[in-house]
Ligand binder design. Structure first.
Ligand code: BMP
Length: 218
């Protein structure tokens, strides 16, 4: 099943390796800025190597081109997907980042909308411009909220060839499978797995719930 585990605090890479190798259905890991700040670059590289598949660095980049390039460079050996905000625009920002990632065989995922309520205050009001940036930059993937499946459905319709990665399942209230049923390719789950007493059992029950949801909606 298309599950990506979000790691936002420092955990033992061997614990994550056990999870990724032991649970059939985990397709990758997404590592966030708070964890890298605390764990350091070497830890960031080891944690990325703990799961096969997608190794996503989530700094939600939002800067001018040369700063975004400098930010991702230390991670290009260990990560293969990088998340950036779309609102910074193409020229002088995302196009240059995309060029670097293309040259180095890495993928770009752009935030199309977010899972929290405040996303409706700016991101969603700006969706025609956000979608225009996505068309210009032509990233590999999009981040779209599992908490609002109608948005995932709309983005799937507008960008049929793009991978859609959806956070918001579990701790933020979306049910496993809800984004997949709306057209997402992956669901991103952090706390519901990593903060549980038994991460493996939690991951297994999420994968099972995804399967049940997909059987019902397909
Ligand atoms: P959790 O499952 O613990 O709520 O974590 C969700 C993860 O997805 C976090 O790493 C967060 O940074 C990320 N995320 C999100 O929650 N909403 C978004 O709109 C975009 C994200 O990348």
């Amino acid at each position: 099943m298309p599950l990506i585990v979000a790691v936002d605090r420092v955990v033992d890479p061997e614990v994550l390796r056990g999870l990724c190798e032991g649970v059939n259905g985990i397709d990758g890991v997404k590592v966030g800025l708070p964890a890298v700040l605390r764990g350091g670059l070497e830890w960031a590289s080891r944690i990325a190597g703990a799961c096969s598949g997608l190794r996503v660095l989530d700094y939600k980049l939002a800067d001018v081109e040369h700063v975004m390039r400098l930010t991702v460079e230390p991670f290009l050996e260990s990560y293969n997907v990088f998340i950036a905000h779309s609102f910074v625009g193409a020229h002088g920002a995302l196009l240059g980042l995309k060029e670097l990632l293309d040259d180095r065989g890495a993928k770009l995922a752009l935030v199309a909308s977010m899972s929290h309520e405040g996303s409706m205050e700016v991101y969603d009001k700006a969706s025609p411009w956000v979608e225009e940036v996505i068309r210009r930059v032509d990233p590999w993937g999009l981040i779209a909220p599992a908490t609002r499946p109608s948005l995932v459905r709309r983005l799937r319709g507008r960008f049929p060839g793009k991978a859609i990665l959806s956070p918001g399942v579990g701790a933020q209230g979306a049910r496993p499978g809800s984004a997949l049923c709306a057209g997402a390719d992956y669901e991103i789950v952090g706390r519901a797995i990593m903060d549980s007493r038994d991460p493996r059992a939690s991951a297994e029950s999420i994968v099972e719930a995804q399967e049940v949801a997909l059987r019902a909606c397909r």
